[in-house]
Design a protein around this ligand. Structure first.
Ligand SMILES: [Zn+2]
Ligand SMILES: [Zn+2]
Ligand SMILES: [Zn+2]
Length: 321
């Protein structure tokens, strides 16, 4: 067994043992060990795909060109920073290895918020961490043609139980929200995320309530009682993060989230044509002066209702003269 693989297994096992101890003082080390182990496992998978490559080159996060002494350049690792979950996801793609990218993004987010997550109920947070990492761990072992049960031993059984327990909790939270008449299809599909601790274990106190704005929410993971608009805004950001990122990167467009002037939240979804929090619709507006259709951000931030940016600007000029 390679040193890297051995370290990955030990790190995951240590994380699971810390979780089983159910001691708040061991909570942070539980999630750190666990995530470190999953990351090492991912690195081992890459190493096995290209066994002749130099490991440090394979898992370096950044590269810089240096002169090769022959009039050209070589690319060498820049610093000691090694890849995180998102970067490793990209590398898997480049290597032609399938991996659950969405789960990796989630892991990165949770990993960065570790201290946050462990405020009150470490066992909940760790279960969520295990449940989120699960598809990734399964895929990694499959790529390496190894059996998780054989290597992780008892820890694998603990992981299976934790995942099942988390899924039961998630289901019961989601059931309290099953009657809600959601304003936004995005929220209806992706569900709620707690703005304080990032958990998906958000439920409403009155199961019978159908009205989104009347929900009294409670987070099972951190015990917070967040306001509806905060939760909607945060959940949208999580759900549409990738969409916003790829728009900005590929076409330079903004959105899909915009400010809602009606309720004051960043909850207006352009492709849904309404605010996910209050249902306000800007609609299609044509400039009353020149007749062109006014882009969304000009409608929102315009100081002259009914005018496009250009005509508003011309009006300002006329008024100043
Ligand atoms: Zn919470
Ligand atoms: Zn609104
Ligand atoms: Zn105009």
């Amino acid at each position: 067994m390679s040193k890297l693989f051995e370290n990955a297994i030990v790190s995951i096992q240590l994380g699971v043992e810390d979780y089983q101890a159910n001691d708040p003082r061991r909570a942070i080390s539980a999630v750190r060990n666990f995530y470190a182990g999953v990351l090492l496992l991912a690195k081992e998978t890459l190493v096995r795909t290209v066994p002749d490559a130099d490991v440090s080159e394979l898992i370096g996060a950044k590269y810089k060109p240096v002169p090769d002494g022959k009039g050209g350049v070589d690319f060498v690792p820049d610093g000691n920073s090694t890849i995180d979950f998102v970067t490793i996801g990209k590398r898997f793609k480049d290597f032609g290895l399938s991996i659950d990218q969405k789960a990796l993004e989630e892991l990165n987010r949770l990993r960065n918020d570790v201290e946050h997550l462990y405020t009150q109920k470490p066992d909940h947070a760790m279960r969520e961490a295990i449940a989120n990492a699960f598809p990734v761990v399964v895929q990694l072992f499959a790529h390496m043609d190894e059996s998780p049960g054989a290597h992780l031993g008892q820890a694998w059984h603990v992981m299976l139980d934790a995942k099942a327990l988390y899924e039961t909790e998630l289901k019961s939270c989601r059931e309290t929200l099953s009657e809600i008449d959601w304003v936004s299809g995005t929220i209806a599909q992706s569900g709620l995320v707690c703005p304080k601790c990032e958990s998906k274990l958000v439920r409403q106190r009155e199961k019978e309530n159908k009205q989104q704005s009347a929900m009294e929410l409670h987070c099972r993971a951190c015990d917070d009682e967040p306001e509806v608009d905060e939760v909607i805004a945060h959940s949208l950001q999580e759900a549409l993060e990738f969409e916003a990122y790829s728009r900005a990167k590929e076409t330079g467009e903004d959105g899909p989230l915009y400010h809602c002037t009606e309720c004051g939240n960043e909850t207006y979804v352009d492709f849904e044509g309404s605010c996910a929090n209050c249902g306000h619709e800007y609609g299609d507006q044509d400039c009353i002066r020149c007749g062109t259709s006014i882009p969304l951000n000009e409608i929102i931030f315009s100081e002259h209702e009914g005018l496009c940016g250009y005509c508003g600007h011309m009006l300002d000029k006329v008024m100043r003269e």
